[in-house]
Structures are given as structure tokens and as C-alpha cells.
Design a protein around this ligand. Structure first.
Ligand code: ATP
Ligand code: MG
Length: 216
């Protein structure tokens, strides 16, 4: 069976299911990768599409690394997994980028035969109501909230129930391995000259060193 894509194994009228993992990925780390792989397997997704965010309005208090660096690190980190893909749909867009527009574009591209699931960490899901046109967004696409150390699962479950009843939307919670890793912490470590080994894939670590990212 090796080499045959799942797509070709699906019955003609069976919907494909792709998970979308959006993030600033500044830098991408093992927390992102383990969450994506767990969702892919648990919800039988044929692939996970990683989308480095372009210029999200909620990150305007911090200058992000150049999109090309964040995109390249995401490619390096996901390269070895044939079920992972990276999209440049957001990093190529000018101005603020909104998840709603990205989902609309992806839906147009893949058509009705593909079901899209958007993955968010617990922290992101808890503040989803601050996102652009959240009502439209939650109607358009199912959301998968993954557990994250430091964020109470009970609170997450309550938030999900609240969102489900308020917006009549489809949301799931998936337990993922609790990796207490964040890009913020990785950037701090680099600033302080501390090791980031085993927090990010080796190729990402090498890339950060080579381009002297997050030094100041
Ligand atoms: P930053 O500290 O810069 O916000 P981050 O580690 O939160 O970085 P993001 O790029 O903001 O990474 O996260 C992208 C998505 O991945 C978000 O939905 C976030 O909640 C989720 N995520 C990030 N790290 C983890 C983790 N360790 N476990 C589960 N989900 C995570
Ligand atoms: Mg974050």
C-alpha cells in the first residue's frame, strides 16, 4: 500500500477530510507537530495543511519574523511527514490576514468533496470570539480544540458548549500529548543564550542559528 495516497482509496462519494493548522510559527516547535499528528490520526484526516499566518491583527503588539523565515521553518519541520503539507496562501497576502478569508479561499479551491477542520490550541479557542467575523467563521468550518498545558480542560469544554449553542457550530476537543512548549519561551531562551535542542526539529534549530533569528 505504500505510496498510494489515501485519496485514491476513498470511495467516490466519501468526503475527504483535511485538517488546517494555522499559526504564526515563530518558530514552529514540537508542540505544534505533535498536536497536528494526533488530530490527523484521531479524526482520520488524509492530511494536515500547515498555514503560517501572514499578518494577523491579533499579533500587532509584536513584530513577527519575516514570513519567508516562518514559512521555511515550517517546511523544514514538516518535510519528513508525507501527510503534512505547508501552504503559502497567507504569507503571500498583503495587509492584515483573516482566517475567515483563508477558509473561504481553501473551500473554493478544494470544493465540496473536502471537509476542512481548523485546529486551534486551547488558548486560541478560548479567545476565538475576538476573531474577525467569528459567527461566519464558525458556520463555515468545524473547529478542533487541542489541549495545551496551562489551560484548564474543563474551561475549554465549557467554552465549547457555549460556542456550540450560541453559534450552532461544530466543535471537537482532542487530547494531545501535553508538551509545555511555546514559541515565546523558545524566543526567550535564544535571547538568553539557552539551548532549544529537543524543543524544535533539528533542521529548524540549524536554520535559526544560521539566520541568527530571535537574537534581539
Ligand atoms: P507564541 O508564544 O508566539 O504565541 P505559540 O507557541 O502559541 O507561539 P502559535 O504559532 O501561536 O504558537 O500557535 C499556533 C497554534 O498552535 C495555536 O492554535 C496554538 O494554540 C497551538 N499550540 C501552540 N503550541 C501548542 C502546544 N504546546 N500544545 C498544543 N497546542 C499548541
Ligand atoms: Mg500563540
Amino acid at each position: 500500500m505504500r505510496g498510494i495516497r489515501m485519496e485514491t482509496l476513498n470511495k467516490p462519494n466519501e468526503k475527504l477530510r483535511y485538517a488546517i493548522m494555522g499559526g504564526t510559527f515563530d518558530p514552529i516547535h514540537f508542540g505544534h507537530l505533535a498536536a497536528a499528528e494526533t488530530v490527523r490520526q484521531t479524526l482520520n484526516c488524509q492530511k494536515v495543511i500547515f498555514i503560517p499566518l501572514g499578518n494577523p491583527p491579533h499579533k500587532k503588539n509584536r513584530i513577527l519574523s519575516d514570513a519567508i523565515h516562518r514559512y521555511t521553518m515550517t517546511v523544514l519541520a514538516t518535510n519528513s511527514n508525507p501527510d503534512f503539507e505547508v501552504s503559502n496562501i497567507e504569507v503571500n497576502r498583503d495587509g492584515y490576514t483573516y482566517t475567515l478569508n483563508t477558509i473561504i479561499e481553501l473551500k473554493k479551491y478544494y470544493g465540496n468533496d473536502v471537509e476542512l477542520l481548523f485546529i486551534t490550541g486551547a488558548d486560541a479557542l478560548l479567545e476565538i470570539e475576538t476573531w474577525y467575523k467569528v459567527e461566519e467563521l464558525l458556520k463555515l468550518c468545524s473547529f478542533v480544540a487541542v489541549t495545551r498545558p496551562g489551560y484548564d480542560k474543563l474551561m475549554l469544554e465549557q467554552k465549547l458548549l457555549y460556542l456550540q449553542s450560541k453559534y450552532n457550530s461544530e466543535l471537537h476537543i482532542i487530547d494531545v500529548p501535553g508538551l509545555n512548549i511555546s514559541s515565546t519561551d523558545i524566543r526567550e531562551r535564544i535571547k538568553n543564550g539557552a539551548s532549544i535542542r529537543y524543543l524544535v526539529p533539528e533542521a529548524v534549530e540549524q536554520y535559526i542559528l544560521k539566520h541568527q533569528l530571535f537574537k534581539e
